[in-house]
Design a protein around this ligand. Structure first.
Ligand SMILES: Cc1cc2nc3c(=O)[nH]c(=O)nc-3n(C[C@H](O)[C@H](O)[C@H](O)COP(=O)(O)OP(=O)(O)OC[C@H]3O[C@@H](n4cnc5c(N)ncnc54)[C@H](O)[C@@H]3O)c2cc1C
Ligand SMILES: NC(=O)c1ccc[n+]([C@@H]2O[C@H](COP(=O)([O-])OP(=O)(O)OC[C@H]3O[C@@H](n4cnc5c(N)ncnc54)[C@H](OP(=O)(O)O)[C@@H]3O)[C@@H](O)[C@H]2O)c1
Length: 248
């Protein structure tokens, strides 16, 4: 095996919907910051393919990932064939800058994820630092179908544990879902429903937006926030209001 890779045993798999799972490994990861990713690998015809996956677990917990099966995808189609007790190649060296360390202080932290782009925010909620750094946290999860609104019970439990500090706004684009906004997160922002559901305005004076997932959503939402709210991308040398993690 190449340097650093381990064979991590699968401890649990939870299927949220067809093609959408959470995988927990019997392998604890300590040395990372919430929001970072590690690589999983598969060997195909003697060649190793690796892909990045955000850790959904907090540091010190068994490594957990939230994964969608991409049609004909090299890694995900093989990962979905594995079961509890099987092993998966894991490179436990975490990386990435999508962490609170690089986010300037703000009154409100907006966490916007589409699909499995929820994963880094779960890690942040589980690690708890968000509630020390920000007065209020808004978690927006945009998905195609209601069944893809994973981890709802856990998110509600975080909200109950931090009364009045966490707003959860589910957004479903391809069906009507009770308790969720209808459409895309961009549309819901554009027509004011997102801020109404969150119970507060989204602006450069009070907010910082972390967003993760579908690259088209990231581009569209960034353009809207720049044009409508004068927000700009956060860079190390020029602090701003938008921090982005692209999945593909
Ligand atoms: C920093 C980072 C963190 C990531 N974290 C996660 C995560 O937590 N969960 C997760 O499921 N994925 C995550 N991804 C995506 C992941 O790395 C793979 O790209 C994805 O699982 C597809 O791998 P594959 O080998 O099955 O498909 P590939 O053989 O790589 O081919 C699939 C093609 O589909 C596109 N694609 C990749 N991901 C998606 C997607 N979700 N939906 C539609 N098209 C896609 C790519 O453009 C690619 O060309 C992350 C990516 C990055 C860069
Ligand atoms: N059964 C399976 O194997 C299975 C199951 C689920 C997903 N998949 C595959 O996995 C991949 C990812 O699917 P996914 O549903 O997790 O993620 P996704 O396609 O990124 O969709 C997640 C959410 O992002 C929205 N979105 C897309 N483009 C946007 C934009 N420009 N602005 C704002 N919002 C935007 C979608 O809205 P819209 O609905 O309007 O696009 C949807 O609400 C797809 O290739 C899919 O085919 C496979």
């Amino acid at each position: 095996m190449s340097v650093g890779w381990i064979e991590a045993p699968i401890a649990r798999v939870h299927a949220w919907a067809d093609g959408l799972i959470s995988v927990v490994f019997d392998h604890r990861l300590d040395d990372f910051e919430a929001g970072q990713f590690v690589n999983l690998g598969v060997d195909v015809d003697g060649r190793r393919t690796k892909r990045a996956y955000s850790l959904a677990s907090a540091p010190g917990e068994d490594a957990e990932f939230f994964v969608v099966r991409v049609d004909d995808g090299v890694l995900t189609t093989r990962l979905f064939e594995r079961a509890v007790g099987d092993t998966v190649l894991l490179l436990p060296r975490a990386a990435g800058f999508f962490t609170l360390r690089w986010v300037p202080d703000a009154e409100v932290l907006w966490m916007v994820g589409t699909g499995t782009g929820l994963a880094p925010f779960l890690s942040m909620l589980r690690a708890g630092e968000v509630f020390e750094r920000f007065g209020h946290v808004v978690l927006v999860h945009g998905v195609r179908q209601a069944a893809h609104l994973a981890y709802q019970h856990e998110i509600m439990a975080h909200a109950e544990a931090h009364p009045g500090r966490l707003s959860y706004v589910p957004v479903v684009s391809r069906e009507v879902a009770p308790g969720a906004l209808r459409g895309r997160v961009t549309t819901a922002f554009d027509d004011g429903r997102l801020e109404q559901a969150a119970g507060r305005p989204l602006n450069a004076e009070t907010g910082h937006v972390m967003m993760c997932g579908n690259p088209a959503m990231l581009d569209d939402l960034q353009a809207l926030l720049e044009a409508r709210r004068g927000m700009r991308v956060n860079r190390r040398k020029t602090p701003g209001h938008i921090t982005v993690e692209r999945y593909w």
